[in-house]
Design a protein around this ligand. Structure first.
Ligand SMILES: Nc1ncnc2c1ncn2[C@@H]1O[C@H](COP(=O)(O)OP(=O)(O)OP(=O)(O)O)[C@@H](O)[C@H]1O
Ligand code: SF4
Ligand SMILES: [Mg+2]
Length: 336
């Protein structure tokens, strides 16, 4: 057992699909299909990947907001995935979530102060007065004024609404905050403010973040460690410097090719590794490497044999047949 705050081990979340007829074969969406990672106290673990790769489902499973098919989620010394009833309710205080959409994630009929105090009331943390005082304190910490406690969500801007979401998430003094695309619905200028707020709060409270984003610039700014997901699995996982400085998986190369690199200029006319087509269906993933249908380097064995996620350098794991044991990737484009 590791000493990590969050330890996710071989997590699977499969959604059964309704059969068209009683005799039709049983089908499942393998949204998350064998994901493992660990996150230490006060650190940030990023998950990136295309739409549909299983990022949100991983987050919801960690939060126990979707049913776990198999695998384990540990939070400190508690087995979150095994808890039920009152024990699960108590453990839930330790984990909170910030959602993507600051418009739909707040109850429009509740005042901002009540929205922030609600988790404390639901989890019976403190008296009514204590909850009110703590809501006030949290409001100040996220940069809102106490006179705004009485306002309704529609009376705030998008960035302010996300601040309310953050204050609400912090209400029960969690150790882990799961952030699912917390800034992607906001204007770029506001994104930076919210990211800086998240960094400040992390330092103040020693929070750990599980941070999901499709924006590699944001992930590079915020995350200590990054995992790249493709079709329900992690294909590469590494400390930030290694993932951005020495990416090894062709899918990671494609994601990095698709964005302008922070602080680096691509050579004029240099070829990009383009990602063609859509990922295959998570209902029946292809045999062998799941990325083989889109990988420009795919060989015969890629279609036959699934590459395992193996550690090639300290903390740097990759699932690709072509990466050598010494952690070099012979075909890496010169443009990265
Ligand atoms: N309740 C559900 N029932 C059936 N399939 C589901 C369910 N929830 C998610 N899925 C499927 O699981 C896969 C992973 O979805 P998920 O929302 O986790 O992806 P994501 O990486 O968060 O994508 P995005 O970047 O678009 O938010 C998708 O194919 C999705 O359609
Ligand atoms: S295992 Fe083969 S198909 Fe998969 S990423 Fe590596 S080279 Fe491409
Ligand atoms: Mg999602």
């Amino acid at each position: 057992m590791s000493d990590a705050l969050l330890d996710v081990s071989d997590l699977r979340v499969h959604f059964p699909l309704r059969r068209a007829t009683p005799f039709a074969p049983k089908r499942t969406v393998k949204a998350v299909d064998g994901v493992s990672f660990a996150l230490a106290k006060g650190r940030t673990f990023g998950i990136v990947g295309e739409s549909g790769s299983g990022k949100t489902t991983t987050a919801l499973a960690v939060m126990r907001l979707t049913e776990i098919t198999s695998g384990a989620v540990r939070l400190g010394d508690e087995s979150l995935s095994a808890l039920e009833g009152e024990a699960l309710r108590r453990a839930r205080r330790r984990v909170q979530m910030i959602f993507q959409d600051p418009y739909s994630s707040l109850n429009p009929r509740m005042r901002a102060g009540a929205i922030v105090a609600e988790p404390m009331e639901l989890m019976q943390v403190g008296t009514e007065t204590e909850c009110r005082e703590r809501a006030q304190e949290l409001f100040a910490q996220v940069g809102l004024r106490s006179d705004q406690l009485q306002l309704f969500p529609h009376q705030f801007s998008g960035g302010q609404r996300q601040r309310i979401g953050i204050a609400r998430a912090l209400a029960t003094k969690p150790e882990l905050v799961v952030c699912d695309e917390p800034v992607s619905a906001l204007d770029v200028a506001i994104q930076a403010q919210i990211l800086n707020l998240l960094v400040k709060l992390q330092e103040e409270y020693g929070l750990a973040y599980l941070f999901i984003s499709h924006d590699l610039g944001v992930v590079q700014y915020l995350c200590d460690e990054v995992a790249v997901m493709y079709l329900g699995r992690m294909v590469e996982q590494a400390p930030r410097e290694a993932l951005f400085g020495n990416p090894l998986h062709p899918y990671t190369w494609a994601l990095l090719s698709a964005v302008p690199r922070v602080g680096r200029r691509r050579r004029d006319g240099a070829a990009r590794l383009r990602l063609e087509g859509d990922p295959p269906s998570p209902i029946s993933p292809p045999p062998g490497c799941r990325f083989s249908s889109r990988c420009p380097y795919a060989e015969a064995r890629c279609k036959a044999e699934e590459p395992v996620l193996r550690e090639v350098r300290p903390g740097h794991r990759v699932a690709c047949h072509l990466v050598r044991e010494d952690g070099t990737a012979p075909l890496r484009p010169a443009t990265l």
